[in-house]
Design a protein around this ligand. Structure first.
Ligand code: ADP
Ligand code: MG
Length: 260
């Protein structure tokens, strides 16, 4: 298998027990580079737990996680982030008393300029890194249509715009894999399309790969190339949106009638 055909993320037989409860049960899937992969299932089916296992917020009971061929199982979140995986949280975590730009610059905090010694010495390379970060923030904000809000306080933005700022912040470190926890939850349906367009453009123009945990079926069916379905922690189906819509086990467990 050569590098370009190898999956970006691979999870194998991932299992997580909370006491007597098996929240994730021998779950395996692969996410190809440059794809948008959806993870769906009823409430309590283990989606968020998978998400937390991949990002290092939880340690698996069994199973392995590989990113670009590296075994990242059980590594702490900051190390996994450095490999090139970024995440957002289901509930918005922007800093409302900071400007949009300052919120975005927090997304590159781990870079050299934040090191105390480098901060005191302020060599030219630090200034250059900061300039590059500012440029990147402006570029990303213009893609999302928030170019005008660079110096606005986050607290003055709508909830949907705050979610977009959070998504943009996750992209500041230039991750290869972006993991989104319900990116459109709590958002007015007319603004949902703006977020979906943003995700598509980031894939198309910047080659990003996405893992999207989502409750809203319309979002998932419209956005994803492939979908895995969880039920009681087990993967009961995987396929294209059309295949998932036609899958009897999925309809039984979850969908009822498929949404167009
Ligand atoms: N930290 C935890 N401790 C104990 N049980 C948990 C914990 N996190 C999740 N669970 C349980 O694991 C199951 C899967 O939860 P979760 O992954 O949040 O599901 P989903 O995101 O699909 O709604 C649920 O039964 C939930 O109550
Ligand atoms: Mg959840």
């Amino acid at each position: 298998m050569n590098a370009s055909s190898a999956p970006l993320l691979q999870i194998q037989e991932l299992t997580k027990d909370f006491g007597g409860l098996r929240a994730v049960d021998h779950c395996s899937f692969e996410i190809p580079q440059g794809s948008i992969f959806g993870l769906i299932g009823p409430n309590g089916s283990g989606k968020t737990t998978v998400f937390n296992l991949v990002t290092g917020f939880l340690e698996p009971t069994k199973g392995r996680v590989f990113f670009k061929g590296h075994d990242i199982t059980g590594m702490p979140p900051h190390r996994i982030a450095r490999y090139g995986i970024a995440r957002t949280f289901q509930l918005v975590r922007t800093f409302n008393r900071m400007t949009v730009m300052d919120n975005l610059l927090l997304g590159v905090q781990h870079q050299r300029g934040e090191n105390l010694l480098w901060g005191i010495l302020q060599p030219p390379s630090v200034h250059q890194e900061e300039r590059q970060a500012i440029e990147r923030a402006r570029e990303l904000l213009s893609i999302v249509g928030l170019g005008h809000a660079v110096n606005e306080y986050c607290g003055n933005l709508s909830y949907a715009e705050q979610k977009m700022v959070e998504l943009t912040r996750a992209l500041m470190s230039d991750p290869q894999l972006v993991m989104l926890d319900e990116p459109t939850s709590g958002i007015n349906p007319t603004l949902v399309n703006r977020i979906l367009d943003y995700i598509r453009r980031l894939r198309q123009e910047q080659g990003k790969t996405f893992l999207v945990v989502e409750h809203d079926m319309r979002v998932i069916m419209n956005l994803c190339d492939r979908i895995a379905v969880l039920d009681y922690g087990q993967k009961i189906a995987e396929g294209t949106p059309a295949e998932i819509c036609a899958n009897a086990a999925v309809i039984d467990a979850y969908l009822g009638a498929c949404v167009a």
